[in-house]
Unconditional design. Sequence first.
Length: 300
Amino acid sequence: MKRILALLAASLLFTAPAAAQRHGEAAVLKIWDNRTAPHSNGIASPEREPEPDRIENVSAAELYVFPADSVRDRGLAVVICPGGGYMKLCMDYEGYDAARWFAANGVTAAVLKYRLPEGHPEVPLEDAVQALRIMAGLEAGTTGYTADRVGIAGFSAGGHLAAAVSTLGTFKPAFSILFYPVTGDGESPGCRITFDRLLGGRRTDAAVAAAWSPSRQVTAETPPALLFHSDDDATVPPSNSTAYYDALKRHGIEASLHIYPSGGHGWGLLGSFPYRETWQRAVLDWLDRLCAVPDGERRR
């Protein structure tokens, strides 16, 4: 019965014009909440937005869909996971802004407002898996917005989620684009905060931390990845990206890594980041190459 309720929740596409105009999205889809999802994060207090587009206490997963520009349509979709250290979701410059940019460049984008883990790491993971299935047309709700190739993009803790679904998910994306992701086992100061919220009291259990460290969980089935980081990132050191890249290459998986000399952490779509246009060109070039290579020839 719980699974039936979850599927019914996933089929309810909300397209009220007022809501659809707030960020430029064409549709908003409620995936499920703690009552209808396979697992609960235990959050019972109301969702909070102490600052505009900074959302806390997230206990209901939703997708905000931005269709690809019809002239530039690449036939791709991407699920976007905002960051926030698993304490909150930064929905603007790591969510809606990124989605508008992808859509303008021919990629249908769906911003995932995922439930925060609160020590239940399976919760955001199952939200991301369901979002991928929805955008791939395997679940009801987004007719007209689906794509045969659905990737995932994530920023910081959202990068951890994107890498986790790429390595641990029961349904994997076609590709991943990871911006200053947490992929290690949470030993740097910024990563510890993320892993504290992800695993709760189990963070100090080495085996549990390793199990949720994407760079340690890469297999031959992990999809190709494009990674971005800044060399001076003191919150999530660039070793997180290099470790994931190295793991991909050990398994013969196509990957590209870009480490910029400056910028710190959390730049997303901010105009103040000096390499914004550089990474944007790199994304489009990489997607063009990925689309040009047949599925069976992507690993090398």
